[in-house]
Ligand binder design. Sequence first.
Ligand SMILES: Nc1ncnc2c1ncn2[C@@H]1O[C@H](COP(=O)(O)OP(=O)(O)OP(=O)(O)O)[C@@H](O)[C@H]1O
Ligand SMILES: [Mg+2]
Length: 328
Amino acid sequence: MTDTNAQPVIRVEDLYVSLRRRRDGATIRAVNGVNFSVGRGRTLGIVGESGCGKSTAAMALVRLLPKSAEVRGAIHFDGRDLATESQGALRRIRGRKIAMIFQDPMVALDPLFTVGDQLAEPLREHLDLDGEALHARQVELLQAVGISSPETRLKQYPHQMSGGMLQRIVGAIAIACNPELLIADEPTTALDPTAQAGYLELLERLSETYGLALIVVTHDMGVVSRICHDVMVMYAGQTVEYGPVRAIFDQPRHPYTQALLASIPHAVEPGACLPTIEGQPPDLAALPPGCPFAARCPKVVDRCRTEAPPPVEFAGGQRALCWRADER
Ligand SMILES: Nc1ncnc2c1ncn2[C@@H]1O[C@H](COP(=O)(O)OP(=O)(O)OP(=O)(O)O)[C@@H](O)[C@H]1O
Ligand SMILES: [Mg+2]
């Protein structure tokens, strides 16, 4: 396997994030020892059920976290460790070297300003562009994200555009300053299926064209299979399985990954009920000893309930956190 991850754009080691729950002050262990890396032109999918810590892990990279958050571990990026950088330094990195796309474009866009104004902001702030150079870059960016009549669109306001188009504008703002890493958190959830497919193609093209490292947070294994090279499956804040998408789709080693894959619609007979994973994930303020998936796992044995499983490594960089990962 050619491994552009050998010199990754970002490398995260033993990342832990705890948050304080407002209602009772309990400590939520949202991210519990996560390791991954993403190389140039590569796409990592972070996948898992709601509440498993995907967004917290992604936002921890640029420390867009609540004040109460405590972060441990190392985040190697651009020759430094972002885990120890000041908020001021991170502010200069966000939007310039690391860009983000969120689920709802309306959160990212201001209804009172034209698309052109909003596209101009990062270009002025981070790249000092002005006048003709600024305008040329605005047009170029709208073209890059597949928006026709860019001159007209630049003068319009968000409410004059469709959801799919707004998400493309958010994409244009994200890549405005040629970031090295793009983090997209559920970028297609708010879109209809056609716009969704188009947007996934766009992300793929941007990553290839600009050599971006791309992290896509999603609850959808279909999205992972469409555009990701590698996948990190999270459960209760842990990386329960990690590795190349093809290897994991061919032979998922963790029972949780197996269950997620079984829930992809095309993997089951037409008309059959989708398999659902029974039960609920554990409370992140009161994690059980042993494996957090044990209570729901069809392959559970006694040891799973008492002892934390070790990471088991397989060929090609696949690894799984499970006592029974070796078994076929
Ligand atoms: N601001 C916060 N304060 C306290 N706890 C939080 C905060 N944000 C998230 N959490 C908790 O952290 C855990 C992980 O949440 P996170 O949003 O990272 O999950 P997620 O995998 O992105 O879920 P989803 O698929 O629903 O977006 C959850 O238990 C959540 O309740
Ligand atoms: Mg989330």
